[in-house]
Ligand binder design. Structure first.
Ligand SMILES: Cc1cc2nc3c(=O)[nH]c(=O)nc-3n(C[C@H](O)[C@H](O)[C@H](O)COP(=O)(O)OP(=O)(O)OC[C@H]3O[C@@H](n4cnc5c(N)ncnc54)[C@H](O)[C@@H]3O)c2cc1C
Length: 614
């Protein structure tokens, strides 16, 4: 067993920033990560990080844009914290060596991004995330923070009191990819989940194969509600054959979208008469698919993104990486021809419910980054707002887990007993696989009534994971995890996409639940105990099933059109009934749904919902 004050699970931008903060606050901190830190998916971030740095801009404008972009589903205290802290936290990155692009006078460059009223996206070429990871990792190395890389975290060691609000997290159980051993990591102060998004629930995604929602699924099964999972961002400019992202930076620099008839459809078809290509992502994605559905798509599948008019010098200076991506993955030279693009899954707005200090309803359990929902993005994230979220809330979670006093959080978290179960009665509900409940227990399972201590809770969780792994490895014949995953991805991409309707969502839910049934028979084909990617992906597929179910269920229940969530049956934003967060709790494998009001009251003003036009 390993032991540290704070265990950070995941070493992308959020995890690295959290670890640095926890270390600064005096904790003995360790990171446990399935990838080496600089291979984390943050490295794929291209366009930039939003922060009000310049004269003429201020945090209040940033907060307003973010609230409007969220379609009034973000919580004002969290949004204001993001906007206020982003400048200082971005400058800290600069001081740590972040090579931000610069103007001729030496000032840091900022570019326009969708939905922003001021060009406040600070960038390092089109490789912002890559540099961010390296800069943060350098700080981790400098501080001597212990990193256990290629350790896959399988579960949390959480007590199992009936009310999740009474539970405590004492550590994690992890599988060492190199040796195959399964060990416990005890956290005396806290565990911070920073495991990124669940993009692999879809088959056309900008997300890496590592984005499997592991942390969200673990927290969910341990009793933390997942918030607003139905809000999935589909980015309007992904390469059709692979899902590789073409950054919004291209449109920020002046790139133009055309349909097959050569029309600049964002204006000519009235989708966004003011901002055109720089409307927010949900608006542009729907516009593109409408063009395709109405017969004006290129090859009935995509539209064109043209940046040739920017000139080779500017493209090479600011967007060189985009040229390589278009050439390598689509065989297109962006200097001489337009690039084919279509919407693809990109970002999960929802996640593990936290307050502004990263705390969940379980004592000692925190979350930060894309896996969390503090709620700054609401129904639609603005481009460039994820990276500041990583550093602002990663830092806060790190400080708080290490015991620093950040004051009371304005956002409350917590499992509600007042559950409004709207699971559709037409749909079969399959309880969770036996043995998938929170693995630790407050009281011994032998009926003696003996209260377990932290080490026992962790040990019991380790034993449960070892037994689960043996079951998976021993099964001779069975279903391949890849077949289950492919079925799940197909259902999600077909029915839980940009345009959604009740029948499709029910069909997706039925198929997700069939995947759950199939998973009971899953068998690991590779018998080796070292570097067994078959085994690791089998663990991950189970997480994807749980996450996909929350996305589809949330989407079915929310019968309105808000931000990225469009519903055929009710194509208007319904503030009277739906100005509220969806929370889904695991509830022994039978998801229960409940709601919490959105907080529109900020520090000095209330954000009144308005019609969102660009
Ligand atoms: C192509 C692309 C471009 C983007 N561009 C931008 C941009 O320009 N600006 C912007 O603001 N946002 C952008 N985003 C969004 C943003 O980059 C991500 O939301 C963000 O980087 C996620 O960071 P994270 O730290 O939460 O997770 P990640 O960077 O995904 O890191 C997750 C970490 O968790 C670890 N992990 C996961 N599961 C386990 C497990 N079971 N056990 C142990 N470790 C685990 C991984 O090893 C990894 O270290 C982009 C996203 C994509 C996909």
């Amino acid at each position: 067993m390993y032991e540290h004050d704070v265990i950070v699970v995941g070493a992308g931008g959020a995890g690295l920033r959290a670890a640095i903060a926890a270390h600064e606050a005096g904790a003995d901190v360790a990171m446990v990560t399935k990838l080496h830190p600089v291979r984390s998916h943050t490295g794929a971030a291209e366009g930039g990080i939003n922060a009000a740095l310049r004269e003429g801009d201020d945090w209040e404008l940033h907060a307003y844009d973010t609230m409007k972009g969220s379609d009034y589903l973000g919580d004002a205290p969290a949004i204001e914290t993001l906007a206020k802290d982003a400048p200082e936290d971005t400058i800290t990155l600069e001081h740590w060596g972040m090579p931000f692009s610069r103007e001729d006078d030496g000032t840091v460059s900022q570019r326009p991004f969708g939905g922003l009223s001021f060009p406040r996206t600070t960038y390092a070429g089109a490789e912002t995330g890559h540099h961010l990871l390296h800069v943060l990792y350098e700080q981790v190395v400098k501080r001597g923070i212990q990193v256990y890389d290629e350790w896959f975290v399988m579960n949390l060691a959480v007590t199992d009191e009936p009310d999740p609000n009474d539970r405590t997290c004492h550590g994690v159980v992890a599988y060492d990819v190199q040796s195959g051993k399964i060990e416990g990591f005890k956290a005396t102060n806290g565990v911070i989940i920073a495991t990124g998004g669940p993009g692999q629930a879809f088959d056309h995604t900008t997300n890496a194969v590592s984005c499997t929602g592991d942390g969200q699924a673990m927290a969910y099964r341990a009793g933390v509600p997942l918030e607003d999972m139905e809000f999935v961002q589909f980015h309007p400019t992904t390469l059709p054959s692979t899902g590789v992202l073409i950054s919004e930076g291209v449109r920020g620099e002046g790139g133009i979208l055309y349909n097959e008839d050569g029309e600049r459809f964002m204006f000519e078809h009235g989708y966004a008469n003011n901002d055109g290509e720089l409307a927010s992502r949900d608006v542009v994605s729907r516009a593109e698919l409408t063009e395709v559905n109405e017969g004006r798509g290129v090859e009935d599948e995509y539209v064109h993104l043209d940046m040739r008019h920017l000139g080779a010098e500017r493209i090479l200076d600011r967007l060189e990486n985009i040229l390589h991506l278009a050439e390598d993955f689509e065989g297109v030279d962006g200097l001489v021809e337009p690039m084919p693009v279509k919407p693809g899954q990109h970002y999960e707005m929802g996640g593990i419910e936290t307050d502004e200090n990263g705390e969940t309803c379980i004592d000692g359990l925190y979350a930060a980054g894309e896996c969390a929902c503090v709620s700054v993005h609401g129904a639609n994230r603005l481009g460039g707002n994820a990276l500041p979220e990583l550093v602002v809330f990663g830092k806060r979670a790190g400080y708080h887990a290490a015991g620093a006093d950040l004051g009371e959080a304005a956002i409350e978290t917590g499992y509600s007993e007042d559950v409004e179960d709207e699971t559709n009665p037409d749909l079969p509900v399959t309880p969770g696989e036996a043995g998938l409940e929170p693995a630790g227990g407050a009281v011994a399972a032998d009926g003696s009534g003996q209260v377990l201590d932290e080490a026992d809770v962790l040990e019991r969780a380790v034993e449960a994971e070892r037994a689960r792994t043996e079951r998976l490895m021993e099964r001779e014949d069975g279903v391949k995890h890849a077949d289950v995953r492919a079925k799940l991805q197909r259902a999600m991409t077909r029915d839980v996409n940009v345009f959604r309707e009740a029948e499709g969502l029910k069909r997706a839910l039925r198929e997700i639940r069939e995947c759950r049934e199939l998973y009971q028979e899953v068998a690991v084909q590779d018998p080796s105990r070292t570097f067994n990617t078959d085994l690791q992906m089998t663990y991950e597929t189970r997480n994807l099933i749980d996450i996909a179910e929350t996305i589809a269920l949330g989407a079915l229940v929310r019968n309105e059109f808000r931000g990225a969530h469009w519903r055929l049956e009710n194509q208007v934003r319904d503030d009277e009934n739906w100005l509220k967060h969806t929370l889904i709790s695991w509830n022994g494998g039978k998801p229960s749904i409940w709601y919490r009001p959105v907080i529109l009251e900020g520090e000095a003003k209330t954000y009144e919902p308005k019609v969102r036009s660009y």
